[in-house]
Design a protein. Structure first.
Length: 179
């Protein structure tokens, strides 16, 4: 399963939408009858992708809300992949941000993870969905992702932003990470 982030510029915030495709991630650590402790993703197995930016943040879970795309293609809004339910996280602290290329990204203010499509059909890795579903409003998490760019398929280069970590943390761990 591959997680792809699409940045959106708005008048109030720079957001990132995670669009879940089928290719890169898995592996949530989970114990019997408990919610997952973390979602750990994987980098795409593609040596043609170059890292442009690295991000690691502390964020607060806000809500899951349905969003409709802005209708820029003939496939909008129900078949473009940009409409559906999204988990919204407000970024409170940057732990790591490194631009490695000319086209690297600036810091984000919020982060959106897509969990369903336009028809509210669950989308993405079940381990990631389970972790997001276990969160309550106000929970703090660590989110880590990288902005990559390169050839994903023959003749077509585009960005990809794999989610590498989504981990719920408590106040003490957040304080320790900030210090």
């Amino acid at each position: 399963m591959k997680i792809v982030l699409k940045p959106l510029m708005t008048a109030t915030a720079l957001c990132a939408i995670l669009t879940v495709d089928a290719m890169a991630a898995k592996d949530a650590k989970q114990t019997d009858n408990q919610s997952p402790k973390a979602y750990v993703g994987k980098m795409p197995d593609n040596d043609k992708l170059k890292v442009l930016t690295e991000h690691k943040v502390i964020a607060t879970f806000q809500e899951v809300k349905f969003r409709r795309c802005v209708g820029l293609t003939g496939r909008c809004p129900d078949r473009c992949g940009s409409s559906g339910e999204f988990a919204n996280f407000k970024i409170t602290d940057y732990l790591h941000h490194k631009k490695l290329g000319k086209y690297g990204e600036d810091k984000y203010e919020s982060y959106l993870a897509q969990i369903s499509d336009f028809h509210r059909k669950p989308q993405g890795d079940p381990a990631l969905l389970a972790h997001i579903e276990s969160l309550e409003k106000g929970d703090q998490v660590v989110i880590e992702w990288k902005h990559l760019y390169g050839e994903l398929r023959t003749g077509g280069s585009s960005p990809v932003r794999p989610l590498l970590l989504l981990k719920k943390i408590d106040q003490a761990e957040a304080k320790k990470l900030r210090d």
